[in-house]
Structure formats: structure tokens, C-alpha cells
Design a protein around this ligand. Structure first.
Ligand SMILES: [Zn+2]
Ligand SMILES: [Zn+2]
Ligand SMILES: [Zn+2]
Length: 332
């Protein structure tokens, strides 16, 4: 059983994965993403994954058989385990709890596409609807406090399979990154009475120099204090704290926007490794006036080195205004 341990100084939780225990030599060499041959995510190989928890599939098809569009399965090597109680306890000055949570894989296409940009907008919309459906289902479990949806593309971004997919990790605690955002946003809200993200969208739209793409429902831009070159955020124009409350037609619009910005990223940077993450409010809250869900897209162009690890400072060699101009003007 994995274990959650809390750093008593900064409050960061760490997952100690006993079952994944590695010996020193296991860390040598860069892993390559698994190729098409023997890919367990391709249609027809459903028996090679754990049983599906959700799939959008053809009317006459059967669970764990072919004829699906998007399929969700538990991760074969989960960071957290779905069964068991939290078992919170103290060990002297330390806090620990059982590594209970959900770790699911969202297989975005039955075909061996290696990029989400190979999917049409409707297929991306299905993926985004699956994200929503899984959060709605998992938040019913009172043990769980937060769901993080994310995507790793390319071995440099941590992908071990190249078949296009994303992941969901649901945790019994609120991750420190989300906690920091919520705390900062709450301070702004208490002081000004407005959502900082809503203000940011308004200012970015007026300034325009960091906008990458915008539609009726969404704004994609390179943030003012981008940590990484070509970092992009996508925010809903209308205030909303929880991704899972997304409605039509916004989800349809998001499918188009996500496809557009990823295509631009691939065009400008020649298919870089990247991560994206969906930051959304914890499960146990009603709609929050101060927090605004968003997607962060982080191309993996620079290595995070000693200074960044030691200081939390980032050195970004590309001004976000330059990055946004190239991304905005890219022809896709
Ligand atoms: Zn495949
Ligand atoms: Zn807002
Ligand atoms: Zn965020």
C-alpha cells in the first residue's frame, strides 16, 4: 500500500510508493515511450488493461470490447490505491495516512494516435466530457478531496506510452500547488472583492500582447509571469471554480480551443514534449467566488536545475509576449 507523508515544514505531501520500490540501477537511462507494437491502449487489446470504469462506446458494444471512442481504465501501476480507509495518524512530529485515492488513465482514441492534435474537435470534446464525468463520479466518495487531470506527452515529459492519453489522480488531500493558488486568490478576493483570474482575463484581453487564441467562452494566453518558455494558460471567460460544472456549449468550445493551442504549440516548437494540467477547486467546496479553474500547458524545453529547485525562482529565456506572438500567428 502506498503511503502519504507530510513535510512538517512546508506542508507538502509526498507519496511513498513501497510497491514501486526501485533499486539503484533501475534509475539508469532515459525511458522511451512504448511504441505501436504491443500497445495496450489500441482498440482490440482491451483485455490488456484493467477493466474499464467508463467508456463512450457504440450502442451494441460490450464493456472491455472494441467499438469505443474514449475509454477510462485504472492505471496498472497506480500511485494511490482505491480501496482502504485513510488511517490518518501521527508518528512523533510527522503526519501520515494511507495512500488511498484513484489513479485512472483516459485513453483518448481507439487508434494509435500519438498526439491529441491528430483527433478532430469532436473527439477532443469527448475527452473533455469524460474528464467531467470522472470528477463528478469520484467526488461522491467522501474520502477524496481533489482531482488532478493531467497529460504527459513525450518521454521528456514523463510519458511511458506514446498512445495519446491523459490521467486523473484523485487524492485525499488538496495538493500544495492548488492550495497555494487558492490561498493567493482568496487574499486578492478578500482585499478587492473580485476574482483575480477574472481580472487577469479582462486585462489580458485589453493588453492583447499575450493572447494566443480566444473564443466566446475561453481565453488562451501566455501568463505575464510565465515560468517556462511558451507556457500557456486556458481560462473560461465566465467565472467558474470547478471544472466538473462545465456545461454545453462551453465544453464544445473548449474542445476547439485546446486543439488549436496544441496545434500551434506543435507547429512553433516542432512537437515538443509537454505537460498540461487542469487546476480545479477541491471537491468539498461549493462554487468558490475567488477560485477559477484553468488549464496550464507547460512545454518541456528547459531542464529544471539547481537554482529553480532551490529557490522556486524560474529563469525563462523567452518573454511571454514573444512566445504569444509566435503562437498567435502560427498557421495551423
Ligand atoms: Zn496504441
Ligand atoms: Zn473568476
Ligand atoms: Zn494553476
Amino acid at each position: 500500500m502506498p503511503e502519504l507523508r507530510k513535510d512538517p515544514i512546508v506542508g507538502r505531501w509526498v507519496i511513498i510508493a513501497h510497491e514501486r520500490a526501485k533499486r539503484p540501477h533501475d534509475f539508469k537511462g532515459e525511458a522511451q515511450a512504448q511504441r505501436a507494437e504491443g500497445c495496450p491502449f489500441c482498440e482490440g487489446r482491451e483485455s490488456e488493461t484493467p477493466a474499464e470504469v467508463l467508456a463512450y462506446r457504440g450502442r451494441d458494444s460490450r464493456a472491455d470490447g472494441p467499438d469505443w471512442r474514449v475509454r477510462v481504465v485504472p492505471n496498472r501501476f497506480p500511485a494511490l490505491k482505491i480501496e482502504g480507509s485513510l488511517d490518518k495518524r501521527g508518528v512523533g512530529i510527522y503526519d501520515t495516512m494511507a495512500g488511498v485515492g484513484a489513479h485512472e488513465v483516459i485513453i483518448e482514441s481507439p487508434r494509435h494516435h500519438i498526439s491529441m492534435t491528430e483527433l478532430d474537435d469532436d473527439a477532443i470534446r469527448d475527452v473533455l466530457r469524460v474528464y467531467r464525468d470522472r470528477l463528478i463520479d469520484l467526488k461522491k466518495d467522501s474520502r477524496f478531496l481533489h482531482g488532478l487531470l493531467f497529460k504527459n506527452v513525450g518521454a521528456a515529459a514523463g510519458a511511458s506510452l506514446e498512445h495519446t492519453h491523459s490521467q486523473l489522480i484523485v487524492t485525499p488531500i488538496v495538493p500544495v500547488t492548488v492550495w497555494e493558488e487558492m490561498t493567493g486568490a482568496l487574499e486578492f478576493y478578500n482585499y478587492r472583492g473580485r476574482c483575480i483570474y477574472c481580472d487577469m482575463i479582462r486585462q489580458e484581453q485589453e493588453t492583447a500582447s499575450r493572447i494566443v487564441y480566444r473564443t466566446e467562452h475561453f481565453t488562451a494566453f501566455c501568463p505575464y509571469a510565465s515560468r517556462f518558455p511558451y507556457e500557456m494558460w486556458i481560462l473560461p471567460n465566465t467565472h467558474s471554480s470547478h471544472y466538473e460544472n462545465i456545461q454545453e456549449p462551453a465544453v464544445g468550445d473548449l474542445g476547439h480551443v485546446l486543439g488549436q493551442v496544441l496545434k500551434r504549440l506543435e507547429k512553433v516548437l516542432d512537437r515538443p514534449a509537454y505537460n498540461y494540467i487542469v487546476h480545479t477547486a477541491p471537491f468539498d467546496h461549493q462554487e468558490q467566488a475567488h477560485y477559477h479553474w484553468h488549464i496550464e500547458i507547460i512545454p518541456r524545453l528547459t531542464k529544471v536545475a539547481g537554482f529553480e529547485w532551490g529557490s522556486g525562482f524560474y529563469i525563462n529565456p523567452v518573454p511571454p509576449e514573444d512566445a504569444a506572438k509566435l503562437l498567435r500567428e502560427a498557421i495551423v
